[in-house]
Structure formats: structure tokens, C-alpha cells
Ligand binder design. Structure first.
Ligand code: MG
Length: 255
């Protein structure tokens, strides 16, 4: 295997790139860490996560999940997915994490029931408190800041990219959390979201934790928290959940 720590490529007679300590084409600049990419899911089969992803649900059990009281999560697990059991409550990961790339797959009930917010409602709550709405908005209008992929109560998605009920759909999310200095907000959270490969939000500023029927504001909190999935009494399914912590540029490979 090539020794990538040796400056065997590049230039040492070029100008320094502004804002960095590296020359243009500097061969000594740290190599990007190697990640083996995963594979995409299809309707019939689940893809593989990238090699450095931390898997939150692999289709087998809910060992990595709690219910809202910190006891064992009681949603149904079968055929490689989990499904909301109405009344069993929201569930959350045991893992707590912050800035990340997050992958979620979900499917709405094939049997269409209800309308507006009553059709296939669930939610992906980053840090347990910032909801990206999960809803069946395939030919189902609702208030735009509560539609599929909305930053709930704050901002509708750029487009409606819903597949038909019963089909597997994906969210690929980049979460950059808020920063606080003591009680003071230094910078808000930002969300980038793709649904089924279609851009819904690009570095959209988040105004604070999710609220219903009112506005929101930040209160200082930790940089990390669990991922929460919502029990809104609809039989929504999830599979293939994983995240990758965001890392800095020019980070040396471990070891
Ligand atoms: Mg919801």
C-alpha cells in the first residue's frame, strides 16, 4: 500500500492558499480519510451504509433505542423495518450525537387513511427536538410548514418530492447544530435535506426547537442529543438509519 504520509506528489514552490497554511497543490497536505461508499437501497432491498457510518437501526431489533421513559422501545420490527405501534410513544436512540450526515428511510402506510396532518404522520427529530416532518403528502395538501420534509412550524421544503404511499423514501440530512456561549446564542442551527435525492433545504437557518401552533426561540442546550422518531398514531415504517459525524477538513487519518 502506498505511504500517503510521504510528500511524493505536489509542489513546494507555489503560493500559500489564503486562509490556510498550505501551498497550492501542496503534497504535504493531509490526505482525505478513506471511506468505502455504501450502496443505495431499492424498493426491494436495503443498501449498505458507508464504511464509517454509525448504524442506528439495521433492521434486526431495537436494541439501540429507548421509549420516551428510557425503557425498551416497543415498536414492531419485522422484515427489516420498524413500524410505529400507536400508543407506544416516540422512540429515541441510545446514542447521542451532534453535527452529522444522517440517513433515514421511511414508508407511508399503503392503505391511505385520513388527510392533512392525519395521513401518515411521524417525524425525525434531530437532537430529540428539531423535527423534519414525515407525512404522506402524495396528493395530500396540508399547511406548507407542516408538509413532508418541512422544518415543522418554520419552513416548508423547496419542493414536494413524495413517492406514493407504501413506497420506500429517503431523507439525507446534514445537521449543523446551534452554538451557545453560556446562555447566549452564537450561531443558529442549519439544515440541509434531500428527499429521494431531491433538495428540500439548503443550509436553512433553524429558528429554534420545534413547536406546534406557536413560534420558537433558542434556549442553550448541549451540542449532542438522541435522534427521536415520532408516534403520531400512524403506521409509518423506518429502515436503514445511520449517521456519520461531521469531521473537519484536513483531518489526519487515525493511526
Ligand atoms: Mg410529525
Amino acid at each position: 500500500m502506498a505511504d500517503t504520509t510521504k510528500p511524493n506528489v505536489g509542489y513546494d514552490d507555489t503560493p500559500i492558499i489564503p486562509g490556510s497554511c498550505w501551498r497550492v497543490h501542496d503534497g504535504k497536505r493531509p490526505q482525505p480519510r478513506v471511506v468505502l461508499p455504501g450502496t443505495c437501497s431499492t424498493q426491494a432491498s436495503v443498501g449498505l451504509p458507508p464504511s464509517d457510518a454509525i448504524v442506528l437501526f439495521d433492521g434486526r431489533d431495537l436494541a439501540n433505542w429507548f421509549n420516551k421513559d428510557g425503557a425498551a422501545a416497543e415498536w414492531k420490527v419485522e422484515n427489516g423495518y420498524m413500524e410505529v405501534v400507536p400508543g407506544k410513544g416516540d422512540i429515541r436512540t441510545k446514542a447521542e450525537f451532534g453535527d452529522c450526515q444522517l440517513h433515514v428511510e421511511w414508508a407511508e402506510p399503503e392503505v391511505v387513511k385520513g388527510d392533512s396532518q392525519g395521513r401518515g404522520n411521524s417525524g425525525v427529530f434531530v437532537l430529540g427536538m428539531y423535527e423534519i416532518q414525515v407525512l404522506d403528502c402524495y396528493q395530500n395538501p396540508t399547511y406548507p410548514d407542516g408538509t413532508t420534509g418541512a422544518i415543522y412550524g418554520q419552513c416548508p421544503p423547496l419542493v414536494n418530492a413524495c413517492r406514493k404511499p407504501g413506497e420506500w423514501q429517503t431523507y439525507d440530512i446534514v445537521w449543523i447544530g446551534p452554538r451557545f456561549a453560556g446562555d447566549r446564542l452564537v450561531s443558529p442551527a442549519y439544515l440541509t435535506v434531500f428527499q429521494n435525492g431531491v433538495l428540500l433545504h439548503l443550509m436553512k437557518e433553524v429558528q429554534g426547537p420545534t413547536q406546534h401552533r406557536t413560534t420558537t426561540a433558542y434556549k442553550a442546550h448541549a451540542l449532542t442529543g438522541p435522534l427521536k422518531l415520532q408516534d403520531h398514531n400512524d403506521l409509518v415504517r423506518f429502515r436503514n438509519l445511520w449517521y456519520r459525524p461531521l469531521t473537519a477538513y484536513d483531518q489526519l487519518a487515525p493511526g
